[in-house]
Design a protein around this ligand. Structure first.
Ligand code: SF4
Length: 393
């Protein structure tokens, strides 16, 4: 959602282009005044992505936003002035073939649900959303999506899970007023990530307290990429570091992340803080670096490419990535350099070091062995419905 005054055409269009470049598929603009509707006509024409007009309280603005050509209009039927006003909006939307987004927010539930909101906020949210859906169906309007937002992550998750079971319409997800870039991103990742992993949600918005709307888009993409729901741009993997680290990995990771923004392909780039594990878990990465005090190494898909001085690691990494694209997405290997890098790796690997990665692997193996050695559970063995004779806990 843009954060500019919508009537400030220059600022609003700049921000829309910025969020579109960051990967937004749709953008919402606030339309609280007549002059915003005027600006909306131009915005709709010039925007590189569909524009949703965000309307509260004033149904005439909703009608005007529809006439201005908005690709979708968001209304909250609870505050637009009653069912007859909603009916006028749905009638105009039907004539124009424009979809609506209808929704409820935990902060603005209808008066008859206030006590329920106090007693059971999840049920109150779901009831308000279902009542909204029933109103739209009574008005014979079906081209809408529903949003149901709360500042509470558990309530948002529980309410959307229930609503997804009860209505057949698309759902828009968000944690409202999530907070700062740091805490808001985490709350959104937990709330939206949980729902998306359940297969719930059709559009998402991250709400952060920042003027830079593109930051919200970047967080949205990280959530989608983490769940492997969508691909966009490179994936950066970095070890958490530990006492074996011998170079300034914070700066290297930040620099690699910044330079990767220029690439659109979903290549995977890995950064390891040391070579004692070998290439280990970064074996699948398209490109990676591992550093040490003076020297480091660049590798690709589990194979060393070249040894380079630590201060040149980042530049050489990007030189290899650019060479890969120039060769039509083929990794270009110089066998002499690769042999030198292999030699360096063998000198720096330490098969006996108890690294965080190896401890995690040992713990996983121990847990697996323990599960396999667990005693037979008599209740399951004797259960007539177990369907098998021997089971393990
Ligand atoms: S042992 Fe693992 S976590 Fe520690 S610096 Fe090396 S790669 Fe990073």
């Amino acid at each position: 959602m843009t954060k500019t005054e919508t009537a400030d055409l220059q600022a609003t269009m700049d921000q829309i282009r910025c969020v579109a470049a960051a990967g937004a598929d749709i953008v919402r603009v606030a339309v609280p005044r007549e002059r915003d509707v005027e600006a909306l006509k131009t915005i709709v024409r010039e925007s590189p992505v569909p524009v949703i007009a965000d309307i509260h309280f004033n149904y005439t603005l909703a009608l005007k936003a529809l006439d201005a050509g908005a690709h979708c209009v968001r209304i909250n039927p609870g505050n637009i002035g009653g069912p007859d006003k909603v009916a006028q909006v749905t009638a105009r939307a039907t004539e124009l073939g424009t979809p609506l987004r209808v929704g409820v927010n935990s902060g603005s539930l209808p008066a008859h649900l206030r006590q329920l909101e106090f007693d059971n906020p999840v049920e109150a949210l779901v009831t308000a959303a279902v009542e909204t859906v029933e109103l739209m169906e009574r008005l014979d309007f079906h081209d809408f999506k529903v949003s149901m937002k709360s500042t509470s992550v558990p309530n948002t998750i529980a309410a959307n899970r229930q609503l997804a079971e009860r209505i057949p319409y698309p759902l828009h997800l968000g944690i409202t007023e999530a907070g700062t870039k740091w805490s808001g991103s985490l709350k959104s990742a937990v709330g939206l990530g949980t729902l998306l992993a359940d297969g719930i949600g059709d559009t998402i918005r991250i709400s952060l307290s920042t003027f830079h709307a593109e930051e919200e888009v970047k967080v949205a993409w990280e959530i989608l990429k983490a769940l492997k729901l969508r691909d966009r741009g490179p994936v950066l993997i970095a070890c958490p570091t530990c006492g074996r680290l011998q170079f300034d990995m914070d700066s290297v990771v930040a620099e690699v992340e910044r330079r990767l923004e220029a690439y659109e392909d979903p290549i995977e780039v890995s950064i390891l803080g040391c070579a004692v594990n070998g290439i280990g878990e970064a074996r699948h990465a398209d490109f990676g670096i591992t550093g040490a005090k003076d020297m480091g190494m660049i590798y690709s898909r589990g194979e060393p490419l070249k040894k380079v001085p630590t201060e040149r690691l980042v530049d050489e990494l990007f030189a290899e990535i650019d060479r890969y694209y120039a060769a039509g997405k083929t990794v270009v290997r110089d066998e002499a350099q690769a042999a030198e890098a292999r030699q360096w790796l063998s000198e720096n690997e330490d098969a006996d070091a108890l690294t965080p990665e190896r401890m995690a692997a040992l713990e996983a193996a121990a847990a697996k062995a323990e599960a396999e050695a667990a005693p037979l559970r008599l209740d399951e063995e004797l259960s007539p419905t177990a369907g098998r004779r021997f089971t393990r806990a």
